[in-house]
Design a protein around this ligand. Structure first.
Ligand SMILES: *Cc1c(COP(=O)(O)O)cnc(C)c1O
Ligand SMILES: [Zn+2]
Length: 411
């Protein structure tokens, strides 16, 4: 049962049928799913949602599938954890981590968008799936394609972390390494989508794919007791997730699931080595000036973000802001989250924690703002970013143990 009327261009309003499409044929604007919200409001309530299993499909009326999901059934439903120790460190009283580093099946928020896209590919009877990826999407497409029994063609820039490449190949996906950066990989993917009857999840399935990210926002609100946070800090690559979190909160307001007006300020986080959306926000503009990425936060290294315009405009309209941080600050952010909260995140999470610290210092996030940090990926995938010296071995003797511990204490 679907509540989708069709697709509609966000810029010019032209309507399209429910079918694979990359963007508007007239104006190249992004296509949005057009839902029948009145019908959804008659069917869905807080009580109905709360009675369902704890995964992203508990909100299925607000997602663009026609039938039941046949892969990715366990995606979403990740913890929202109170982070008092990190909060004290950063100077904010009420801090939460939305922890998608434990998402299923591949330990990043991309499992939400891929679950939608691969199920759509199955519904559209497409012969194969694929994507242009900065790493996490590659892992998730490969895993879900394997579970669906579909061939997967995954295109990546050549400088990705080895663990992210291995964690794609292992599922039997065809990994195609392209000499170039993500933006060049993405252009190649658009040509492939024009030529083959395949579902390129972030190209011709993009209008559907992005909707999976709304569940990140729905879960935050539900886990806060059907309330919206004052501030949410979100890492940005293509700029989709941040807009969809905001959209999800606004939909909950519209449906009456959040009783008061949603006034959440959304804050965007990027690495200084790839900051085109932050740059636009700081210029007071929504026009993106593309950059050449150079950062250890490879999962965020998109120099010409597809949803950059929309991200900058949502940030500004919400009263939020955007900041960037250096590679050293990213590593410090990863360590701070691990040491205070016991959560090991990848470089994107280091960006988000370090940017949150900056925003609190700047006074843009106030000590009494109920703040949520979006942790979107797992640290075990980017070990090379934080390589620590290995401890040297001791003899299996108590005296050696005590000498080593005493030495560590004086260091
Ligand atoms: C892709 C990705 C993001 C950003 O997503 P966009 O929707 O492209 O902005 C954030 N964090 C991680 C770990 C990612 O892999
Ligand atoms: Zn249009």
């Amino acid at each position: 049962m679907s509540f989708v009327n069709g697709l509609r261009c966000r810029e010019c309003g032209r309507e399209y049928p429910k079918a694979p499409a990359a963007g508007c044929e007239d104006c190249f604007g992004p296509l949005e799913i057009d839902y029948d919200y009145e019908a959804i409001a008659r069917t869905l309530s807080r009580e109905v949602i709360a009675s369902r299993a704890k995964n992203m499909w508990r909100y299925h009326e607000l997602l663009p599938l026609d039938g039941e999901p046949v892969i990715g059934q366990a995606s979403g439903g990740t913890p929202l954890v109170r982070a008092d120790r990190l909060g004290r460190e950063l100077g904010v009283e009420t801090l939460y981590i939305k922890n998608d580093s434990v998402n299923s099946p591949t330990l990043s928020f991309k499992d939400r968008v891929t679950a939608i896209a691969i199920n759509k590919a199955i519904e559209f009877k497409l012969e194969a799936v694929g994507c242009a990826s900065t790493g996490n999407l590659a892992n998730s497409v490969a895993a879900n394609a394997a579970a669906a029994g579909l061939p997967a063609y995954v295109l990546i820039p050549e400088n990705l972390e080895k663990s992210k490449i291995t964690a794609t190949q292992i599922y039997g996906a065809r990994v195609i390494t392209v000499r170039g950066n993500y933006d060049q990989v993405n252009r190649l993917c658009s040509e492939i989508a024009d030529r083959y009857p395949w579902g390129l999840v972030n190209v011709n399935l993009r209008p559907f794919y992005g909707e999976g990210s709304k569940t990140f926002g729905y879960e935050i609100a539900e886990q806060l007791g059907w309330a919206a946070p004052d501030a949410v800090v979100v890492p940005m690559a293509g700029g989709s997730l941040i807009t969809k979190i905001h959209k999800g909160l606004k939909e909950f307001e519209r449906l009456g699931f959040i009783k008061s007006e949603v006034r959440t300020r959304v804050f965007g986080a990027q690495a200084a080595g790839c900051n085109p959306i932050v740059d636009a926000v700081k210029r007071g503009s929504c026009e993106i000036q593309p950059v050449k990425p150079a950062t250890i936060a490879k999962s965020l290294a998109i120099g010409n973000p597809a949803d950059g315009y929309n991200a900058a405009s949502v940030i500004a309209a919400s009263g939020g802001w955007a900041e960037d941080v250096t590679d050293e600050e990213i590593i410090a952010g990863i360590r701070l989250l691990a040491e205070t909260e016991g959560i090991f995140t990848e470089t994107a999470g280091g960006v988000t924690v370090a940017v949150t610290k900056k925003l609190i210092k700047q006074g843009r996030i106030k000590p009494d703002d109920l703040t949520v940090i979006a942790i979107t990926g797992n640290g075990l995938k980017t070990l090379e970013a934080v390589e620590l010296a290995l401890p040297s071995a001791i003899e299996p003797r108590i005296a050696d143990f005590e000498r080593t511990v005493a030495k560590a204490a004086t260091n």
